[in-house]
Write a protein that binds this ligand. Structure first.
Ligand code: MG
Length: 294
């Protein structure tokens, strides 16, 4: 691994360590991991790691070997400065939700870091709703501080990609014309297990199979090349109005098959597990349980 730290599906993850967290390099399908270092330093979160590496993959090197338990793996970003999300970004999902046409501009909304969970965490279903839904998504991780990036230059500011489930509380989502109440819920957005460098995944034009599995059955299945607004367009558009910084996340939208539009609707209930797999990155898989009565 020392000679070729980024070979064979290795990505950047974050693991629990001594009451805190540490950034690691690992392959999700193995237990082997190494501390992720830049000039010999270790890091507790992804934004600082990417700042030190100036967004350059080759500057991140494996340090000492570690062996985090599966359950010690955390969201690869703990405290991103921003989480921007794109809605209505796959044609069949636009159709299934009854919209007459695709949005002409990226349909943006926001989350905050309270929403994130680890890739294998047990997730508590909030007692206020029975309409908790899943959305399999590719997440972009920004590598370098940037503003007003031209679409053709986006590849130079994207560090990599990871897997997300844009957990959505549908009744709260539609209480008003703004989605925030249904999208920014505590811990309903698992992320991970690792961030794989973009240059291993097609640069700014990833064409990766993405599947969502409810209790092992495929319920979402598409390719990330099916996005209406691709990564160059999304990052260029967002960077028009805000400075993007290392570790910022952009969730790029979900394909068809979400629970809310099924007949009858199929929302997540206690005991379900939902898995999102993206080719070349890996899978996150979370079990859901009921909130204890207060
Ligand atoms: Mg979504």
């Amino acid at each position: 691994m020392t000679n070729a730290p980024w070979a064979d599906g290795v990505g950047v993850g974050r693991a629990r360590l001594d009451g805190g967290s540490v950034m690691v390099l690992h392959r999700p399908d193995t237990s082997e991991a190494h501390l992720a270092t830049v000039d010999g330093r270790t890091f507790s979160d992804l934004p600082a790691l990417l700042e030190a590496a100036e967004g350059q993959v080759h500057r991140i090197r494996p340090g000492a070997g570690v062996a985090p338990a599966h359950t010690d793996l955390l969201s690869p970003v703990g405290r991103p400065r921003k989480i921007v999300c794109v809605g209505q970004n796959y044609a069949a999902h636009v159709s299934e939700t009854g919209r007459p046409s695709a949005p002409p501009y990226p349909d943006l909304f926001a989350k905050w870091d309270n929403a994130l969970s680890g890739p294998y965490d047990e997730i508590v279903l909030p007692s206020e709703s029975e309409q908790i839904d899943f959305e399999s998504e590719l997440a972009v991780v920004i590598g370098r501080r940037c503003r007003r990036v031209a679409a053709e230059d986006v590849e130079s500011v994207v560090f990599g990609y990871t897997v997300a489930n844009d957990g959505s509380v549908r009744d709260y989502q539609f209480h008003s014309g703004q989605r925030t109440a249904g999208k920014a819920w505590d811990r309903l957005t698992p992320l991970g297990p690792v961030v794989v460098p973009a240059d291993r995944l097609g640069g700014a034009w990833p064409d990766l199979r993405m599947t969502g599995l409810l209790n092992g059955e495929i319920v979402q299945d598409d390719r990330t090349s099916g996005m209406i607004h691709g990564v160059p367009r999304i990052v260029s558009y967002v960077s028009t109005f805000m400075t993007l910084e290392p570790g910022d996340l952009i969730l790029t939208g979900t394909p068809a098959g979400v629970g809310a539009v099924r007949n009858p609707p199929r929302y997540l209930t206690a005991g379900d597990d939902f898995e999102v797999r993206i080719e070349g990155i890996g899978a996150l898989r979370n079990r859901y349980r009921a909130e204890k009565p207060r």
